[in-house]
Design a protein around this ligand. Sequence first.
Ligand code: BES
Ligand code: MN
Ligand code: ZN
Length: 499
Amino acid sequence: MSANQPKFSIRPRSRLKADVYCLAFGPDDPDAKSLSRALPRALGAAVNELVGDPLLKRRVTKDLEGAAGAGQRLVVTRLDKDDWDSIAAWLKRSVEFANRRGAKRLALILPDSEATRSPGTIPRVARIVGVGAYKFSEYLPKGSGTSKKAPGSRSPRLEDILIVPPAGTEKSARVEVAVANGVATGIKLCRDLGNTPGNTATPAWMASQARRLAKRHDLKVTVLGPVELKRKGMGGILAVGQGSANTPRLARLRYGSGGPLVALVGKGVTFDTGGISIKPSSGMEEMKYDKCGACTVLGVVEAVASLGLPVRLDAYVPLAENMPSREAYRPGDIVTCYNGKTVEIINTDAEGRMILADALSWAAEAEPDHIVEMSTLTGAVVVALGVHGAGCFTPDDQLAASLLEAADRQAEKLWRLPIWPEHLADMRGNHAELRNSGPRWGGASSAAAFLSQFVREHSSWAHLDIAATAYSTKPVSAGQTGATGYGVATVVDWLRSLT
Ligand code: BES
Ligand code: MN
Ligand code: ZN
């Protein structure tokens, strides 16, 4: 896979060496010139000069000269507000600038403000910056990814990102940066898998990636193929997968030996044509991202295992390709899921919930303390929240609160939406207990109500609908659209909050 993954580290001001320095000072900074005091000499002088520039409204850049600074560049930005939206915008611009210059080392000198002194600053900065420092170059000509390229290219070559936190916070920042690097590994895995197209990323391939992940971290792994799925009565996964020559799988990874047991479940539809209820062709290529829930789960496992967090994880990834064919499942079919519930198929494009039904009811058997499931489940959540945030559905108020807090700390937007009894009533079947598709309105909530039928009553479970956030159709990094890694940071943060 593409090799570019920059490493974050904490630097005090006095020990800086980078190709590009990005420095911001906030509105409350009484004397911006004091910023330069502890900087290396060449840099400090340049900062003084720029900060003293009457033209400095928002941002000025300067090529550094002299022995210490030759060939390096300094960008000084004045932020008008001390809030995370402004800081995030500055961070995004900074990493883009470094990408354009083909820089290997970027130093980010954070403004000293209330926002940057709040706990969780470093993981948040690393997440925002990390998103932009990525390119999926697996299928591009060699040399367009991480190797040397003409200036002006947008290919990230960043290897080191040095973060200079507010003075006096370096110690806690060092602890946090180690976590951030672990999370970054997980986000990268999630994005690499998510961006891999359906002709490579078949269910079998995804399962082999899960196996590789297990091997890297010495985890227990089980992969069920069509024969085992049949034997176990996993009719949902089999129904969705039966139309494709790329047969379905269900992978389970187990991590840890102590601490709370959390089951993670992620939708892994390696390509969603809609099946017999086929989707319109325009934009259908986006449906290679319909496995992003599974990718997020694998990313979380990667991060948690590399950090050695004191939790136990059971990670379930149901994998199937939803195709129309003479073997495909059809509207009107009645399918029996792993927990014995029957489902009448109304729309073969409501396939995610069918594979999740089996995976959730298997996950519930171990009676985990919590189940967190992530899926690109409905277009309806995109209608509800736009592309800016994900929906959180859970009957458990405490779980909702703790997930929303974790998302907030990571600057990932997550919003709670309801599951009302009426939503479940919408999903009652005619010739079966349930149907897989209800009325048009409230489709994100009725999908969640459907899922609620496959976990135990009164258990602590949440469904995160990441259809809008798992990938972006606007460029997110190096001019590319694609998988964002949304959710990995939030779930890892939430898992850390449990211990
Ligand atoms: N994978 C889609 C949901 C989706 C839509 C993900 C847009 C990302 C972007 C899902 O399988 C689907 O097709 N859902 C249907 C459900 C309907 C048939 C009940 C939808 O949202 O239209
Ligand atoms: Mn679908
Ligand atoms: Zn789907």
